[in-house]
Design a protein around this ligand. Structure first.
Ligand code: GLN
Length: 486
């Protein structure tokens, strides 16, 4: 029996029945990491000693006769843009290479309060800017389904770690698709909650009006559990919603008979990748077989989403990244002869090409004379995109689309053409602009055995319904059971 291949439910069962110890679970994942990391490179840091210590505490609890809750003692991998007290938090950037935060993010406190065990920090595109994890200052992560290919990004390390059984659970962050697109490329489940549902306190900011943390897991059930553990109001984040979170696993007990699913015309066009198109059509057929009612809808402002996103996200990034000046934050360049030179050398040496490109784009969009033409205009179109969804949700309970236009692309295939890379986010970006929740689940494989993802979008704060649809689909198809050969 490979402990690292067991589902979270099985791990919890076996722990409670004392068939395995938490120490064995942690050791199994640590040795799995050691074995496959040379090929996958999903982790920037592993937390072995501390994880072993936590496991001992859990084992003591079991031997005292206590029953463990579903996620207690389960290892979890954390994207390296979430602050973990006393552990490195680099954002995959050289500028934060020595940063050890003095406090933990709200999600980390909740993870620890639930009893999960942090097994390590995962690779990502620097400051979460990218769709392939190739923008990491520490080298690219590889897709466990085909190491020549990208795992997607920017949460590529988290998605690859889960797909390769290096961790049963992970956290990612999603500003324009960074949980859902890597989940799609790696054949796992990625949930982006509603904006405001999960605290951003301690998440290193990229674009503050878009960023959300969410679960990356092997199964929908685990996604629901992990979502429940991290969601809820946090007074330390001014954009955190003051709403209570319903019992999410209750949604998984319901079927989907009579649910109305919208299929947006604008997401399907004749030039679409034929394998993606076929798998999405099959998935829609399956959902109809399960009793859902499908109707065509229109989201007319979809075509502006990529342009609007790359103005708003870069504008916010240029402001957020101003703090890395070698004084307040970040490693400092030591050859400078005066203050100005210190700033420019620090930032010149510390940031990678894509981050610099975004800072320049964003600064331009915000500068006097261009602000109205770009930033303000983009904000107005953002409202139109949000209105499209509000209108659509009057007639349907959820929306079905592909997650990404293609299965995983090759490493290097798009990294020299930023525009082409930006276009790979075409189906995920408007969701962040509108602030609504979305999930990506596996819906089949290409002829080359690469996973394809189905995206399900919901009304604000209705994560329950999209998890319900995802769970019914997953249980009826079983694509989540296929494993990589890594
Ligand atoms: N790929 C998008 C970008 O490069 C989205 C990134 C994200 O969601 N963090 O900005």
């Amino acid at each position: 029996m490979n402990i690292h291949s067991l589902s979270v439910k099985e791990l919890n069962n076996k722990l409670n029945k004392k068939e395995i110890s938490c120490k064995e679970i942690v050791e199994s994942f640590l040795s799995r990491i050691e074995k496959v990391e040379p090929k996958v490179k999903a982790f920037l840091y592993t937390n072995g000693d501390r994880a072993r210590k936590k496991a001992e505490e859990v084992d003591k609890k079991i031997s005292s006769g206590a029953k463990l809750k579903p996620l207690e003692g389960i290892p979890i991998a954390i994207k390296d843009n979430m602050c973990t007290e006393g552990m490195p938090t680099t954002c995959a950037s050289k500028i934060l290479s020595d940063f050890k935060p003095p406090y933990s993010a709200d999600v980390i406190n909740r993870i620890e309060a639930t009893g999960m065990i942090i097994i390590g920090k995962t690779n990502m595109d620097e400051f979460a800017m990218g769709s392939s994890t190739e923008n990491s200052a520490y080298g690219a992560t590889r897709n466990p389904w085909d190491p020549e290919r990208a795992p997607g990004g920017s949460s590529g390390g988290s998605a690859a770690a889960v797909a390769a059984d290096e961790a049963p659970l992970a956290l990612g962050s999603d500003t324009g698709g960074s949980i859902r697109q890597p989940a799609s490329f790696c054949g796992v489940v990625g949930l982006k909650p509603t904006y405001g549902r999960v605290s951003r306190y301690g998440l290193i900011a990229f674009a503050s009006s878009l960023d959300q943390i969410g679960p990356i897991t092997r199964e929908v059930y685990d996604s629901a559990l992990l979502f429940q553990a991290i969601a809820g109001h946090d007074p330390k984040d001014s954009t955190s919603a003051g709403l209570s979170v319903p019992e999410i696993t209750d949604f998984l007990k319901k079927d989907i008979k009579g649910l109305r699913l919208g299929i947006p015309r604008e997401y399907f066009n004749p030039e679409m990748d034929s394998e993606v198109k076929n798998k999405i059509s099959e998935a829609i057929k399956k959902l109809t077989d399960l009793g859902a009612v499908v109707k065509e809808i229109s989201l007319p402002h979809t075509e502006y989403a990529v342009s609007v996103y790359y103005i708003i996200a870069t504008a916010e990034a240029s402001a957020n990244l101003a703090r890395y000046d070698g004084v307040r934050y970040g490693s400092r360049a030591n050859k400078a002869e005066n203050l100005f030179q210190m700033y420019s050398l620090t930032r010149g040496e510390g940031f990678g090409t894509e981050v610099k490109r975004r800072i320049m784009l964003g600064t331009y969009a915000l500068s006097a004379g261009y602000y109205d033409a770009y930033y303000l205009k983009a904000q107005k179109v953002r409202t139109l995109i949000k209105n499209d969804f509000d209108e659509a949700f009057k007639a349907c309970d959820a929306i079905i689309t592909p997650t990404a236009p293609t299965p995983a692309f090759k490493l290097g295939e798009k990294s020299t053409n930023p525009l082409e890379m930006y276009l790979s986010d075409i189906f995920t970006i408007s969701v962040n602009l509108a602030g609504i929740p979305g999930i990506s689940i596996p819906c089949g494989f290409s002829k080359g055995n690469l996973p394809i993802g189905l995206q399900i979008l919901g009304r604000p704060f209705d994560e329950g319904t999209i998890l319900q649809i995802a769970y019914n689909f997953e249980q009826a198809t079983g694509y989540h059971l296929r494993k990589t050969n890594i």
